[in-house]
Design a protein around this ligand. Sequence first.
Ligand code: IPM
Ligand code: MG
Length: 360
Amino acid sequence: MKIAVLPGDGIGPEVTGAALRVLDALAIAGIEVEEGDVGATAYRRHGLPLPLDVIDMARGADAVLFGAVGDPEFDTLPRNLRPEQAILGLRRELGLFANLRPAAGWPGLEALSPLRPELAREIDLLVVRELTGDVYFGAKGERRTEAGERQGWDEMAYGEEEIRRIAHTAFRAAAGRQGHVTSVDKANVLETSRVWREVVSAVAGEYPGIAIEHMYVDNAAMQLVRSPGQFDVILTGNLFGDILSDQASACVGSIGLLPSASLGERQTAYGTFGLYEPIHGSAPDIAGTGRANPLAAILSLAMLLRHSLGRDAEAGRVEEAVGRVLASGLRGADLGGDASTEVLTAAVIRELVQPDQGAA
Ligand code: IPM
Ligand code: MG
């Protein structure tokens, strides 16, 4: 089993380092780990945010563990050299079209949510975001208007097959959850969304046991803060999914706790090839201070074990260990506590290796 680890920028190396220590503690035989540079780190060392040999390394692996990219120092570089191109390029080059972003509250953390605790407690949803199409990857550019002004433009388009395959991902996920899909679009305005809605409806017909609801994105944003408990699986496109998944994670209380998986079509010997990353970014303001919350990266490792390596039991053990650490009251700085990256990581490992004597 081969894992490509791409730590990236800011707190990326700290949190992927923590996840690798947890992986070591699991002592799964036959796992090989390779590391590569991405983002601003790669730009500094190699002049490119996503070197070609890193793409090859990722392709040759069964799974990718990704930290974070982004560095304010490079915000003014041309778009194709910016650190964010590393993650966008990997998604495109590796065909990672299905982004799974679970958001569920942890018992005891309701008070951290900006929502009332009784609303925060209801949240248990999965955003299934299409990840390789939409306005993100359409043609784009700058042109002159007749008046001679500069005008930026980006093409938004979705093809039937692109929509169909992500819809299948969402319906299959719903079958293992509460059996409810909310497809989010802007079909009252966009042609892209009209086709989206028609294709999703057709796919829904193949899943008679799953309830399907269509919702405009503005309404979905409102419902997400008004009554988040109504959502099970949210199926949506790349741009709306980007926005709604941040909103959903804020509703839960801490973005520092949320993992994500980006899956492609390729099957490995053990599962589905995928890239796993915490939802939080590179957080340059706290990089190097030892205060990064490693739990989202550790939970991303759990998703990796489950989806790409077929190691459900170990994935469950990691998630339970994290749950016990949180239940013990240990909190990182992002949760209003003072536990360092080191303390949190050590606590998870302690819970893994001797769950009966730990903090819980
Ligand atoms: C995310 C991020 C990325 C995106 C950025 C870093 C390009 O916000 O993974 O949600 O917009 O997809
Ligand atoms: Mg985002």
